[in-house]
Design a protein around this ligand. Sequence first.
Ligand code: C5P
Length: 300
Amino acid sequence: MNAVTVRVPAKVNLQLSVGPCRDDGYHDLINVFHAVSLFDEVTAVEADGFRVTVAGESIADVPLDGDNLAIRAAQALAAYAGCDRRAELRIRKDIPVAGGMAGGSADAAAALVACDALWGLGLDRAELSEIAAGIGSDVPFALLGGTAVGVGRGETLTPALSQGRFHWVFAFADGGLSTARVYAECDRLRMVMGVEAGWPHVDETLMAALRAGDAKALGAALHNDLQPAALSLRGSLALTLAAGREHHALGAIVSGSGPTCAFLAASEEEALDLAVALRGAGVCRSVVRAYGPVPGATIV
Ligand code: C5P
């Protein structure tokens, strides 16, 4: 085998509850991740050094050096396994860059699975997940997929029971938002408003909605503590969210640290109508439909 291709999904956060800032600069979270059918593909090809190429729309901001999370993941895997093999990583991006859908983390997870197979390492999922957590908080979930509750930085995962398929519409914005900057803005807003961050808890109403496959209840329970910070940094997102609500979204929320906005629809048909309405409203760069949950990084 001298090339392996892995398909990996984007995520949306159904609940993102942010606790106080820790001494290490991270925040303790309750992070209910949900993998959706919007995919990047990473092909690992045997090479004499680590290299990356990226294809897709709006990829100007993707680093092509050692800052690229996929390269960092491949390097970390080689170091962990004590292996001197190298790889070129060819990334095909459909997940928006710096969009709050964990696209960079997805590519890192895909690189781990692809290089593990390419180099014949045969690491188990627990080992890959440990390496993944060292690359970024959202990387372990991109390996796992489905719907899962993340605690700690979001890297410690428990799969969540969920029934049926949920239909989503995503509105992509021009340009991205830095995750670190959005967390910092969240802390700043809390300080200015004198809000003490409490210890986050899992929303049992949301978990019950997932178990019942109840899109209406899920839409009402969607929650993102980073949303006020994303709106503070990118005021125009309020218009995007309002347009979705006006066109019957069951829930409208900023995805993770944004600026992508996520809308839950009652059915595939309603998602189609909502996507058409959002395109017509001119409140975003582009609109895509997707469903969830879907599996994590998978060899194709
Ligand atoms: O883990 P990752 O590198 O993806 O995180 C990017 C940035 O987001 C961190 O440097 C930190 O500023 C912020 N972050 C946080 N708390 C988390 C996860 C991320 O403050 N639980």
